[in-house]
Structure formats: structure tokens, C-alpha cells
Design a protein around this ligand. Structure first.
Ligand code: ADP
Ligand code: UDP
Length: 253
């Protein structure tokens, strides 16, 4: 049996050493957590769904020229990724008032924002990921000003892509969280999108009914969490049952 070297275990994923230098294996667990790990559960199959949904999104982002850590999916729960030096900033992009923003600024939940807003948080569970300014980020050398500019531009491109993708399957993209890292294969290191994009890290609403299709169902005890994640995967045509049966090519004679 091949024993793999586990590099890190987080709340929702495990990272193993990859088969080649500079690679990792990202394993998606079934654990679901909220409120900085205060609320936890295990949803059988969630890791499989997030692996597929994130694979789909990262593959398309790579195709449109947004550099990401994603190389390929290996199996139901795992993907091969580039090992990055993670920048300790959580980048949140918002299109609609919800969550912390609605609370902080007294906005009506569901109100469309005047424009997309990018927010930056310091990634530190012990400090509960406090919101930070560009001043904090550059003063403490978490990232350079040039990196912050590049991250913001990439986050807005991801937002444009995701908004259209979800709109096409009847879903309103409210907000989402991204992480970025440096790939040291080149000099200077290249900035790349890291981690995952899935219903764990986005707020997604059905356009017709307003039904929530993301982790807020777990946060707010709404039930049907796995069913909602499955619905997102089904709309993206990622489930076998929804795959069109490929027809044989017709020869023109
Ligand atoms: P958390 O660490 O917040 O509990 P996860 O359980 O999702 O979150 O763990 C995944 C960890 O892997 C995160 O800390 C994330 O920053 C890190 N990560 C994601 N992509 C990469 C990558 N390409 N290289 C190195 N680390 C990564
Ligand atoms: N988010 C995330 N991980 C975090 C914090 C936020 O994936 O550690 C996502 C969250 O799911 C939502 C968006 O980022 O889609 C904005 O979250 P918000 O700041 O409103 O915080 P919340 O209300 O979720 O605590």
C-alpha cells in the first residue's frame, strides 16, 4: 500500500504531498462547518459534489486564462493541484447584500449592490478572519500592492465568469470567497487562484423562487443541504443521470 504524506488537514479538506515536485493532492471531506468551527456536521457525499463542482469551475477559469492551481481531478474526492504559498487573505466578492455586509451596514438582505464590491479579510481562525485594508496587507507584508491590485482584478474577472455561468442555470450569485497563492515555479512567482469554489464558499439563490442553494442552509438550519448542493451539480450537468447519452457520429456520404 502506498502511504501518502499528509501535509495539512483543515475543516473541509486534506492536503497530501503530490506525485511530482511542486504538486499536492487536495482531498474534499464530507465535514461541514460554520461560525468558525462552532457548528459542525458530516454530510455524506458533500466532498464528492464539491470536488466535481470546483473541478468544473476551475477548468473553465483555466480555459479563459485565469491562472489557477487546478491541474486535474484524480478521483471522486481528490484533485491534483499546484502547491502554492497561500497569501493569508480571504477575498470576498459581493453582488447582493447578505451575511456580514448586510449586518455591518444595515442593508436589506437581497438588495442588489450599486456595483460589485471586493473585500479583504485576514485569514486567521483564531482572530475570526478580521476585515483588513490594503494598508494592513502591505504594512504587514502579507502581499505587495501590485499583488493586491492583481488579486482584485482577477477576483472581478472570476465574478464576471461565475455570474454568467450561474445565471445560465437559473441561479443568482450573491457573494463568494476566493483564496490566492504564489507559485514558485517561476521567477518572479506567478499569482494563482487556489482552494475551491463550491456551494461551501458561495451564496447562491434560485432566480425564480429565491431558494437558498448553499451553505447558508446549514448555517440557518434550513435542512436539505446536500439536496441543494446536488441541485447545483445537476444544473451544471455534472451528475451521470443528467449527462446526455452521446449519439454516434453521423457520417455524411
Ligand atoms: P481551512 O484551512 O480554513 O480549515 P480547508 O479545510 O478548506 O480550510 O483546507 C484547505 C487549506 O488548503 C486551506 O487552508 C487553503 O488555504 C489551503 N490551500 C488551498 N489551495 C492550496 C494550494 N494550491 N497550495 C497550498 N495550500 C492550499
Ligand atoms: N465565506 C467563506 N469562508 C469564510 C467566510 C466567508 O467561504 O471563512 C464566504 C461565504 O460563504 C459567503 C461569502 O464568503 O459566500 C461572504 O461571507 P460573509 O462575509 O457574509 O460572512 P458570513 O455571513 O458567511 O459569516
Amino acid at each position: 500500500m502506498i502511504r501518502r504524506c499528509r501535509i495539512y488537514e483543515g475543516k473541509a479538506k486534506v492536503l497530501y504531498e503530490g506525485p511530482e515536485h511542486g504538486t499536492l493532492i487536495q482531498h474534499f471531506k464530507d465535514d461541514i462547518t460554520a461560525f468558525n468551527n462552532e457548528k459542525k456536521d458530516i454530510l455524506e457525499g458533500k466532498g464528492v459534489l464539491n470536488n466535481r463542482i470546483s473541478e468544473y469551475i476551475f477548468t473553465h477559469l483555466n480555459q479563459i486564462g485565469i491562472p489557477t492551481h487546478f491541474i486535474r481531478r484524480i478521483n471522486m474526492r481528490e484533485q491534483l493541484i499546484r502547491k502554492l504559498e497561500i497569501i493569508p487573505i480571504e477575498v470576498v466578492v459581493r453582488n447582493v447584500a447578505a451575511g456580514q455586509l448586510a449586518k455591518r451596514l444595515g442593508l436589506n438582505v437581497g438588495e442588489t449592490l450599486p456595483r460589485s464590491i471586493v473585500e479583504l479579510y485576514y485569514k486567521d481562525d483564531k482572530l475570526r478572519d478580521p476585515m483588513v485594508s490594503i494598508e494592513h496587507i502591505t504594512a504587514f507584508c502579507w502581499a505587495s500592492l501590485q499583488e493586491v491590485d492583481e488579486i482584485t482584478a482577477l477576483a472581478l474577472r472570476v465574478n464576471d465568469f461565475l455570474t454568467g455561468l450561474f445565471l445560465g442555470i437559473g441561479i443568482r450569485l450573491v457573494d463568494f470567497k476566493l483564496e490566492f497563492g504564489r507559485c514558485h515555479n517561476s521567477d518572479p512567482p506567478a499569482l494563482m487562484l487556489a482552494d475551491e469554489i463550491s456551494p461551501d464558499s458561495c451564496r447562491l439563490l434560485d432566480i425564480e423562487t429565491g431558494d437558498c442553494l448553499d451553505k447558508d442552509r446549514f448555517r440557518k438550519d434550513k435542512g436539505l443541504v446536500l439536496e441543494s448542493y446536488t441541485d447545483v451539480a445537476r444544473r451544471l450537468r455534472l451528475l451521470n443521470e443528467e449527462r446526455p447519452i452521446p449519439s454516434a457520429p453521423v457520417l455524411v456520404t
